[in-house]
Ligand binder design. Sequence first.
Ligand code: BG6
Length: 458
Amino acid sequence: MSLPKNFLWGASTSAYQVEGAYNEDGKGLSVQDVKTPFPGTPNFNVCSDHYHHYKEDVKLFSELGLKAYRFSIAWTRILPDGDGEVNPKGVEFYSNLIDECLKYGIEPIVTMYHFDLPYELDKVGGWTNPRTMDAFVKFAKILFENYGSRVKYWLTINEQNMMILYGPVIGTTKPGQEGLLYQSNHYMLLAQAKVFKLCHEMVPNAKIGPAPNISVNYPHTSKPEDNLATLYVNAVRNWLYLDIAVWGKYNPVAMDYITKKGFKIDITEEDMQILREGKPDFIAFNYYNTATIEAYSEKEAATQGDQQIALGDPGFFKGVANEFLPFTDFGWQIDPLGFRTTLMEIYSRYHLPLLITENGLGAYDKVEEDGSINDDYRIEYLKQHITELKRAVETGVDVMGYCPWSAIDLISTHQGFLKRYGFIYVNRDNEDLKDLKRLKKKSFFWYNNLIKENAESL
Ligand code: BG6
C-alpha cells in the first residue's frame, strides 16, 4: 500500500517554544513570557533563537526533505496587545518565513494560536472574557489578509482540549478562573467557528481545521464501570471538541460531565447557529499516546497529570498505567497501535481528511565526541508510528500528511531543553545558551530517506 505522491511529509514547531526574541521588533508579551517556568527549566526569552536563525533553519528543513513545515504565529508579534495596533515588523517576519519555505518548495502549515495568549488579554480575563473571542477573529483576519494568497493550510487552535484539561500545567489557566473553564471553552469554540467561516469567505482556496490532541483510550478491565469511565474520558477529552468543530453540536456525554461538575455555560441559540455555520475542511490532531482508564469513586482524592498522563476526576475516571505498553524516559507510554486505532476511530466518526500535526519522542540526546547524535530510539518510535499510519491508510483512512514533533529542538513545556524532540539538535541546555549551533541527528538522515522513498520500505 503506497501513500499518495503529494503526502505532506512535514515537521512541527510552535512560536513560543522555538523563536525566542520575546521582546524584539515590537513583540508584546504573552502568557508564556510572563509565567514562572518549572524549577530547573529556562524561560522562553531565547529558546532555539529561530527568530534570528530562520533562514538557516528553513535551509536545514529543505535538506531534511520536508514537504511541509507546521509552525505557529505568535499573536503578540502581529498584535502586541492582542487586539490593538498591528505591528508591521511582526507581519514582516512571518511573511519572510513563509517566503523562505516556499522558496524551497516547503508548504507552510500555519497554526494561529499555540498556547501563547497575549498577556494584555489575559489581564482582562483571557478566554473568560468574550473580548478575547473577538480579538482572535480580528487576528485571524489580519493573517488571511497578509498570508492568505501563500498559505493553503491553516490550523486554528493548538490543543484546545489540553488547555482546558491541563491549563495550570501548560500555563494557560489562572487560579480563580476554574469555575469559568467551560465558558472559556465555549468562547474558544465560537471563535474557532467564526474563523472557519471567515477563512472560507476570504481565502476560498485555503483549507482550515482544528488541532486538538486526540487519543482513543482503553478501559483498564472489562468491568462495565471501567468501560463507562472510558466513555466519559473519550467524550470529555476528544469528542466534545470534534463534534462541535465538525457538526456544531455539543457531545451529550461531555455535557453531562460538565453539568455534573457544576460548570456553568451560557449558550444561546445564536451561538449554536455560529457553531453550525463554521465548518472545517480537515481534522488535524496531535497524538503522543493513549490513556488507560478505571472508574473512580467520589471518595478518592483527585490525581494530577500532564497532557499525556491521564488525570483523575473523582466520580468519573482515573488514569492508570497500561501494563502492556513501555514508557518513555519521561513517563509517557508508547502506543503505536493506539495511533492506528485513533486514526480509524476519528475517520469513522467524521469522514474528513486527517492531518497529524504532532507525534514524537521526547528523550535525552547525547552529542558524541565526533558531533554525531545517535537517536535510534527516536527512529524506532517514528518507524512504528508511521507503520501504523500506513496500516490505517490501508483500511481506507484518508490521511493528508504527517508532521512529527519537532522539526528542530525547542523548549519542552515541562522539561525545557532536557527533553528533546527534534531532528536537528540545538547546542544549548537549560542553564547555558552556548553557541546555539545546529547539528543533524541520526534521525535527520533516516527521515530524509523515508521521505524520499515515500515510506515504501515500511
Ligand atoms: C503538545 C504541545 O501537547 O506536546 C507541544 O502541543 C508540546 O507544545 C508537546 O511541546 C510535547 O510536550 P512536552 O511537555 O514534552 O513539551
